[in-house]
Ligand binder design. Sequence first.
Ligand code: PMP
Length: 456
Amino acid sequence: MLRNDQMDAWDRENFFHPSTHLAEFARGNLPNRVVTGGNGCHIEDRNGNRLLDAFSGLYCVNVGYGRQEIAEAIADQARELAYYHAYVGHGTEASITLAKMVLDRAPDHMSKVYFGLSGSDANETNIKLVWYYNNILGRPEKKKIISRWRGYHGSGLMTGSLTGLDLFHRKFDLPLTQVIHTEAPYYYRRVNLDQSEEQFVAHCAAELEALIEREGADTIAAFIGEPALGTGGLVPPPAGYWDAIQTVLNKHDILLIADEVVTGFGRLGSMFGSDHYGIKPDIITIAKGLTSAYAPLSGSILSDKVWKVLERGTDENGAIGHGWTYSAHPIGAAAGVANLKLLDDLRLVDNARDMGAHFKQALIDAVGDHPHVGEVRGEGLLCAVEFVEDRDSRTYFDPSRTVGAKVNAALLDRGIISRAMPQGDTLGFAPPFCLTRAEAEEIAAKLGDAVKEILG
Ligand code: PMP
C-alpha cells in the first residue's frame, strides 16, 4: 500500500484536479482528501474521518454509498462481458433492459434513449441532434440555443457555453456564438422586489419572447433549462414558470430540452422534474441519478416528435454520424439496471419527497431566523441556504469575505459535507435519498452551530 507522504507527493506532482485552484493545490496550500470508503450517507477518508455527505458526491450518489447490489451487478457484468460497442445495432441485455426501464419511467411522450457517459456529453449530443433535426426539416438557419444565466449544462465547448456562469466562460473564449442567455427564474433575486411571483413569471416569459423576437424565431432551435436550477444556486422555479415558458416556445416552434442530470430519477421527490413541474420536453438529459454514479453513464431521452425526424434523416442520408466508443457501456448499463431496481425496491423517491420536506423544515428551524440568512429554499432533497449581508435589501456580502465557503468549512469541521455553490454565498444540500430523520436533524443542528461560529 502507498504510504501517505508518498501519495501526497504524487498527488501534487501529477494529478490535475478538476475545478481546483491549480497553483494553490500544487503549492500545498489547499488540503487534499483521499477518500477510501462509503456507506449509506457517509464517506470515510484515509485518516479515519467519517463524514456525513450531505451533497451525495456531486449530487449523484442518490441511493447512497456501499450498495452491494450494484457492486455485484457491475462485477457480474465485468466477468461475463466487460465491453462491447453499441454501433450498427449491437447491444447487451443490460443496455436493452436499461433503455426499457428508462422509458417506462420517463414522461409518456418520450420514445427512445441514446446512452452517453456524462451529463456534458449528453448535452453535446442533444445540441447536435437538434441541429440535425432542423437540417432534415430544411431549416438550416434555425440553430441558436437559448439557455439561462445561472444554468449549468456541463463544461465542454458547447455545454460550457450553455452554462450561464462566468467562472465557466472566463479565459476559455466561451460562450460560443450560437448560444444566447436569458433571465434565470430566481424569484428571490428579482431586480424589482415589488413584483409578485406571478408578475415575475410574466417578466421572465416577456424577456424570453423579446429575445426571440430580437434574434428572429427562425434562427432559434432550442431552449435548454434545468427544471430547478442546480449549480447556479439550487433554485426551484416560481409557480407557473414552466407553463409560461412553454407557451412562448410552442408559439415560436422552439424545441425544449429539460436538463434533468440532477433532477432525473427522484431528486425533487418525483421520478422526473418534468413530471414535477408539468414540463413537456422534446429531449431530456439524464446522468448522475441513472446509475447513482456507481459507473459513468448518461442519456438523451427523445420524444416521438424528434425521433420521427431523425429516422427520416437516416432514410435520406444513411446511418447517423454520431456515437461514442463507450455509448451504452455494459458496465454502466448493468449499474443503471441495479440502481433503478434499488430505487423502486426501497421506495427511495418517496423518501426523497418526505424526508426532503422534513429536512427543509429542519433547516428553516435551525437558521431561518438568522439575520444573515436571506432564504432557505428547496424541493425534495435539493435544498439551499443563501447568506446575505442585509436581509431587507438582500445585499450580497463582499465576495472577498467568502462567507459561503467559510460556513461550508465550519460545517466540514463538524463532520458534514455541504457545497459552497460557485456564485454568491449559497450553501447547497443534496443528501442521498436514504437520509434518515436523525441524519437530517444532525445536519440542520450542525449548520446552526457553523452559522453561529462564522456569522454570530
Ligand atoms: N447538467 C447538469 C444540470 C449538471 O448539474 C451537470 C453536472 N453537475 C451536467 C449537466 C454535466 O454533467 P457532467 O459533469 O457529468 O458532465
